[in-house]
Design a binder for this molecule. Structure first.
Ligand code: 5GP
Length: 350
């Protein structure tokens, strides 16, 4: 047994120190970033991705995100025909992500879609497992890369530098970082396993950038300012679920309670999801996600504007003209309090 005693940080443990800047307006900040991947391909995105969950990563979300140059990792439970049709548009193929696990079924479905997609561009692929530490996962990435030399491959999830290196060397372009930070994730409660997300980002980014790879911070973004902290900590991409749940485009079932309406948002390893897609929770495992009902919020457009506005403002406070420069301009300060909570209790949102 070993204890590592140096402190690890979550988003709520820090704030970003403002710095003198020559930027005069938020509108001068460029959030779009050009990426040159290890496999040689280049792409330009605002690097915020809606999570590959069936209550977030939907076709409708992809349309709304696309209009703002953001991307969506479509959830893997869409039928092959729908995915084929979606990715047969070159616009969608360039911007969005095909998600899959590593089962034989996932692989067969991917190969079917790939063979039928009518588009000259290779797919961007998000290969997602709850525990990216398994040796079989690394082997899968190696073989998958050999079969798909031109695709941008994102693989995860992991939380440490050595596993970031292993996945990049196995063939990933982007390593997805996060074990247990998610808003509907119960892995930390069920297993005791996890790693504070900001430290995971900082450490994995350091490992990835040394190998000319990228990371995608996944999970734990609760407010727009957390995107600023994740990018400031070195994340190249950020994936979020809860922040995009319960909009018209989200896909979660609508529940009416009196005059209030809610949408379901649940983890993809929750009992809800496993009952829907795998006929229930297998006898040898437990659910590692939960179900919540989130007040219905209307179209996602305003939320996107709010997030991008917040991120532009983060960049302005530290003098980063481009999102790419944010991590170089970031100094975190360790804090005991995030914000003034005076009106949080016993007051009503106007
Ligand atoms: P959020 O943005 O809601 O905090 O986190 C979204 C992320 O949580 C997803 O991208 C995924 O990595 C993770 N996630 C989704 N469903 C589950 C689940 O059932 N269990 C766990 N442990 N993580 C989940």
């Amino acid at each position: 047994m070993n204890i590592e005693s140096d402190v690890k940080y979550d988003f709520q443990d820090v704030l970003i120190r403002p710095k003198r800047s020559t930027l005069s307006s938020r509108k001068d900040v460029v959030l779009e970033r050009e990426f040159k991947f290890r496999n040689g391909r280049k792409s330009s995105w605002v690097p915020i991705i809606a999570a590959n969950m069936d209550t977030v990563g939907t076709l409708e979300m992809a349309k709304a995100f696309h209009e703002n140059q953001l991307s969506v990792a479509l959830h893997k439970h869409y039928p092959a025909e729908i995915l084929t049709k979606f990715f047969s548009s070159s616009i969608n193929t360039a911007a969005h992500w095909y998600s899959m696990g590593i089962s034989q079924r996932d692989l067969e479905k991917f190969n079917l879609v790939k063979s039928k997609v009518d588009c000259s561009l290779p797919l961007n692929i998000c290969i997602d497992v709850a525990n990216g530490y398994q040796e079989s996962f690394v082997h899968f990435i190696k073989e998958f890369r050999d079969e798909n030399p031109d695709s941008v491959i994102m693989a995860g999830n992991i939380v440490t530098g050595e596993m970031t290196e292993a996945l990049l060397l196995a063939g990933a372009d982007i390593v997805k970082v996060g074990i247990g930070p998610g808003s509907v994730c119960t892995t930390r409660l069920q297993t005791g396993v996890g790693y504070p997300q900001l430290s995971a980002i900082i450490e994995c980014a350091d490992a990835a950038h040394g190998l000319k790879g990228y990371i995608c911070a996944d999970g734990g973004i609760k407010v727009p300012g957390d995107f600023g902290k994740a990018f400031g900590g070195g994340a190249d991409f950020c994936m979020a679920g809860g922040l995009f749940a319960s909009y018209d485009e989200s896909g979660g079932e609508l529940i009416q309670e009196g005059d209030r309406s809610y949408r379901k948002y649940y983890g993809m390893s929750s009992e809800e999801a496993m009952s829907k897609y795998s006929g229930g929770v297998a006898h040898y495992r437990s659910a590692e996600g939960r179900l919540v009902l989130v007040p219905n919020k209307g179209p996602v457009e305003q939320a996107i504007k709010d997030i991008l506005g917040g991120l532009r403002s983060t960049c302005t406070y530290v003098g980063a003209e481009r999102l790419k420069e944010l991590s170089k301009r970031t100094t975190f300060v360790r804090v005991m309090r995030q914000h003034n909570e005076m009106f949080n209790k016993n007051s009503k949102e106007a």
